[in-house]
Write a protein that binds this ligand. Structure first.
Ligand code: SF4
Length: 481
């Protein structure tokens, strides 16, 4: 029977989450020429930069208001005004995000009012795009920070067409991918191109966080969604959000404020979820699914058939961001595996209900926990005898202790190189994941002869086959590969 619960222990041990400002910082990186000011202590900028740099292998620039003991007592207004002035005058960004932190939220700095004060002081900054995003980490996680940013962006920047009863339609689709990798963004853009769909990606950090080496170094990283595109996004034909917890709310804001229809889908991981994504795009635009995409789908189906004998029935534990975990759960079930444990740090009743519905639909029996951590995950891995875990690098100690494979997916991946360039979305992403999982399974099993897994072949050969041969006077050597 599937159970959905919330971790009772209030302290997190080995958390599977990052702090809220990092979500707003990552999203800001997806806008060309935009910069983030982190209104808090220096550590609140250093920690996210450190995490992002280790994952994306790129230098990450975040400004900070460097609050100290004095500003903690008297407020950080002056520091923020100074920071806005410095960034505006020296860097000439296209847009500034000011994200709060645990500290600035606790002392109660009114960031929107300070931004307004800056506007009145600098006449030419009157219309300059600036966003205030609430990101106290004691309220949510990196998911909340990203989602809050997108909702603020959807409220602030798209242009409303006034004086016309007929809604303008620029023929484009707003795509909100949520927290994904640059490799995923490239795959999504490839799918849109295959279907001849023009899009506005909210937001696109494919190149800004996975750029090249240029001499001279450009003032801002190449790529990213432009402010002109964001202004235009209120006239798009639809908004498609691919993560309910990141961007679902913004998609609905586009619908209520600009009458752009919202489609909030599950993350397109695996066969059924990718089908749903492509069918939605096709329904919205009227464009057909290309032959190349149909061929990729057929290849994925073929791979399911080719690998089912290796993976069927293996018990899987999955942890990480809620939409990612939900997508992966369906995918491993499609592969014939048995998802047994699912954990997220996000506290979300809706996610628990969606996961329960998924288990009922697929006939799965799972232990599902929200607001949970990797300490709990480890206990459940032991309890159920999990064969394989899927999640980010922080779960490595579980894999090492239990001697089971860890399939690295999510954020952060800091103990391997190049994972940010890989894609797990779409049919091609599913094929990559399937290969990765199957090869990890095969490398832990004995050997494979004519598609038959010979479990623990070495031990079996030593204890059963070898004595039988020796008794009959034959000589045989057993070599372990
Ligand atoms: S104090 Fe809060 S915002 Fe700053 S790094 Fe820690 S969790 Fe993040």
């Amino acid at each position: 029977m599937t159970t959905v619960g919330k971790q009772e222990r209030s302290v997190a041990i080995n958390p599977t989450r990052a702090c809220a400002p990092i979500g707003a910082m990552l999203a800001t990186y997806g806008i060309h020429g935009a910069l983030t000011i982190n209104h808090g202590s220096q550590g609140c900028a250093t920690y996210p930069r450190h995490q992002m740099t280790r994952h994306f292998r790129e230098p990450v620039e975040i400004a900070t208001t460097s609050l100290t003991e004095k500003t903690t007592v008297y407020g950080g207004r002056e520091n923020l005004l100074e920071a806005l002035k410095n960034i505006y005058e020296r860097y000439h960004p296209t847009m500034i995000t000011v994200c709060s932190t645990c500290l600035s939220e606790t002392i109660g700095d009114d960031i929107p009012a300070i931004i307004d004060e800056f506007r009145t002081t600098y006449a030419d900054a009157e219309d300059f795009p600036m966003l205030s995003v609430h990101t106290p980490s004691y309220v949510g996680t990196h998911i909340t920070g990203f989602d809050n940013f997108l909702d603020e962006l959807a409220r602030a920047f798209p242009e409303k067409r006034r004086g016309s009863r007929v809604r303008q339609n620029n023929g484009k689709v707003n795509l909100i991918p949520g927290w994904v990798n640059p490799g995923d963004l490239r795959e999504l853009k490839y799918i849109l191109k295959e279907m001849a769909i023009e899009s506005i990606i909210l937001t696109d950090y494919a190149d800004t966080l996975d750029g090249g080496y240029y001499d001279p170094k450009p003032h801002f990283p190449k790529g990213g969604t432009t402010m002109a595109q964001i202004r235009e996004s209120g006239s798009s034909m639809a908004t498609v959000a691919l993560q309910k917890h990141i961007g679902g709310r913004a998609a609905r804001t586009y619908e209520t404020r600009y009458h752009v229809p919202a489609y909030v889908l599950p993350m397109p991981i695996g066969l059924a979820n990718t089908d749903k994504f492509l069918e939605t795009l096709s329904d919205v635009t009227g464009n057909p699914i290309s032959e190349e995409l149909e061929m990729e789908r057929a290849r994925l189906l073929d791979a399911f058939v080719d690998t089912h004998m290796f993976n069927s029935g293996l018990k899987v534990g999955i942890y990480g961001d809620p939409d990612l975990v939900e997508g992966l759960t369906r995918f491993v079930a499609e592969m014939g595996m048995e998802p047994k444990v699912a954990i997220t740090a996000t506290e979300s009743e809706a996610w628990g209900k969606d996961m329960k519905a998924l288990c009922d639909e697929l006939g799965l029996n799972m232990n599902i926990l929200t607001r949970s951590d990797l300490h709990e995950m480890h206990k459940l891995v032991k309890k159920y005898g999990i064969d394989l875990i899927i999640g980010h690098s922080k779960g490595k100690f579980i894999a090492d202790a239990e001697k089971i494979p860890l399939i690295r997916v999510g954020f952060p991946i800091e103990d391997r190189f190049g994972y940010h360039r890989r894609s797990i979305v779409g049919y091609k992403g599913a094929l990559y994941l399937l290969d990765e999982i199957t090869n990890a399974v095969l490398s832990r099993r004995g050997s494979v002869v004519s598609n038959t897994v010979m479990d623990k072949s070495f031990e079996v050969a030593k204890t059963a086959i070898l004595p039988a041969f020796s008794k009959n006077g034959h000589s045989i050597d057993v070599i372990q590969n």
